[in-house]
Design a protein around this ligand. Structure first.
Ligand code: SF4
Length: 75
């Protein structure tokens, strides 16, 4: 369990593929050429956080599913 809640702004996604490259068990690029979550528990927590933070469009928001704290983007 990585206890993360993931949200992708598909309008903002530029299909650069970075999130899938960094966390291939969590994200995929779908038939509409947009990122989507295939399994929020697919990769370790630190890997998913790094992958979300790597998005050049800031399209991925991550909250801690237990505490509700926003982890990506910070602040
Ligand atoms: S890293 Fe961001 S812009 Fe790139 S595919 Fe993933 S969600 Fe889309």
């Amino acid at each position: 369990m990585n206890s993360l809640h993931l949200l992708i702004d598909r309008d903002a996604c530029a299909a650069c593929d970075l999130c899938r490259e960094n966390a291939p068990n969590t994200f995929e690029i779908d038939a509409e050429a947009k990122a989507r979550v295939i399994n929020p528990e697919g990769d370790p927590r630190d890997v998913v956080l790094m992958a979300a933070d790597s998005c050049p469009m800031g399209a991925i928001t991550v909250h801690d599913a237990v505490t509700g704290e926003r982890l990506v983007p910070k602040g």
